[in-house]
Design a protein. Structure first.
Length: 432
């Protein structure tokens, strides 16, 4: 944790930078100044958050700006963002994200939430081996149900969302089961096998988002529990590993999109202008155009979250559908799109405040159940930021509570059996 003196210096430096940037923008009216302000705020957020959910989320949230930057300045990015006839609201996109970034930094710098998060991350998740075995089996089975095709089969790409059984959340159930099982990752070869299998199975079926999140969680827990020092040489090693993983993910994405050539010379551009991030940049650009030209929805899309909780029901007012009906998109919904088209800029402010309140509420009490919820938020940070909150609703409402109940039941039975065994052994020893 930072010292109070370092905190004051960091905050003062950021304020000074903001003043310089504000004066520069007033003089030049250059939109790239606002982009630079976002990048700097992201860097300062990473500095104060270090290895945490909040630093990862800041990176994911701001990542699409690099695609927008290239599209605005040189007219090149990727996919529909590059070829769209819709005007790119570059300044407005940066301005809205800057509001969110600044509010996040203020909350992180002025509260004890980072300390509370560290307590969560260093706490051990107590789970019996039987529960871990059960969760590992569920994880493997659900991964196969979600993606039943032959690994790395190009014929499977067009049908990769067709599961072996009805339902669209088998991948989430697999990830939740894996989340519970990793409590015994160090103690069981079978749990290790299940985690490796799930990672391989998802990636070999061209599904990256959940696995990136799972990898991020495992990395954070490794750094925190091992109390690894983030020295420059260590940071460099982590950076190299992260870059290799990122390039592998890009390659898998290219395979999924039937890109037959993967040129090493294109890596630098692919890292900064990643295809999914560019698509989400287009999605948010559509949302800003909707906000500029259409009437605000005043909460209409939020009804979806109530309807979708009920099994077998679906809503026609889902945020990605509303955006797509206004202007074609590849799908998904950037996390700030929904508050923007419902309530405008004030909606973004309200959403960020409410979101932070939820995080603070979860972290206010260090219980095993809340740790599972928080760890799942870490795993799903890419999905929620780029595709919307609806994608994790079933996992939060159903899968985590049910899995927690089952594991608790198994653990209690295990404790009772162990207790009876100890009592019988004592009786036998007493008789002898």
């Amino acid at each position: 944790m930072r010292s109070k003196k370092n905190s004051i210096i960091t905050n003062a430096l950021l304020i000074l930078i903001y003043i310089v940037l504000a004066v520069t923008y007033i003089i030049s009216s250059e939109p790239n100044i606002v982009f630079l302000a976002n990048v700097i705020t992201m860097i300062f957020t990473i500095i104060i958050s270090k290895i945490s959910f909040f630093s990862i989320k800041s990176i994911v949230l701001n990542y699409l700006l690099f695609s927008c930057y290239f599209q605005y300045n040189i007219g090149e990015s990727y996919g529909i963002l590059e070829i769209s006839s819709l005007p790119l609201n570059y300044l407005q996109i940066n301005y809205i994200i800057l509001i969110y970034n600044v509010l996040c930094y203020i909350w992180l710098a002025s509260t004890n939430i980072l300390k509370k998060e560290e307590e969560f991350l260093i706490s051990k998740n107590l789970i019996s081996l039987k529960s871990a075995y059960f969760c590992s089996i569920i994880a493997i089975v659900c991964a196969i149900i979600a993606f039943p095709g032959i690994p790395f089969s190009r014929e499977y790409i067009s049908n990769r969302f067709i599961a072996l059984l009805p339902g669209t959340a088998w991948n989430h159930l697999s990830i939740v089961a894996t989340l519970f099982a990793i409590g015994k990752l160090k103690d069981s070869k079978f749990v290790k096998f299940s985690v490796v299998f799930v990672i391989f199975w998802f990636l070999s079926h061209f599904e990256r988002v959940d696995i990136i999140g799972l990898t991020v969680l495992l990395f954070i827990l490794l750094v925190i529990t091992k109390k690894l020092e983030i020295k420059p040489i260590k940071l460099m090693k982590y950076g190299v590993v992260a870059l290799v993983i990122f390039i592998v993910m890009i390659y898998i994405g290219d395979m999924r999109n039937n890109v037959t050539e993967f040129k090493i010379s294109d890596i630098s551009k692919k890292v900064l202008v990643q295809s999914t991030a560019a698509d989400i940049g287009h999605v948010f650009n559509v949302a800003t155009n909707y906000y500029n030209n259409e009437s605000l929805l005043l909460g209409e899309t939020y009804v979806t979250y109530i309807v979708e909780i009920i099994p077998f029901l679906s809503s026609n007012h889902e945020i990605s559908t509303v955006i797509y009906n206004y202007y074609p998109t590849p799908g998904g919904s950037y996390i700030l799109s929904e508050p923007l088209i419902n309530f405008g800029i004030i909606g973004v402010v309200i959403f960020q405040t409410f979101e932070f309140f939820i995080y603070k509420l979860i972290l206010s009490k260090n219980s095993q159940y809340r740790r599972y919820v928080y760890f799942f938020l870490i795993i799903s940070v890419f999905r929620t930021t780029w595709y919307g909150l609806l994608y994790i609703e079933k996992a939060m409402i159903y899968f985590i509570p049910i899995m927690y109940f089952i594991c608790n039941f198994i653990d209690r039975k295990e404790k009772i059996t162990s207790y009876k065994k100890e009592e019988n052994e004592k009786m036998i020893e007493g008789a002898n």
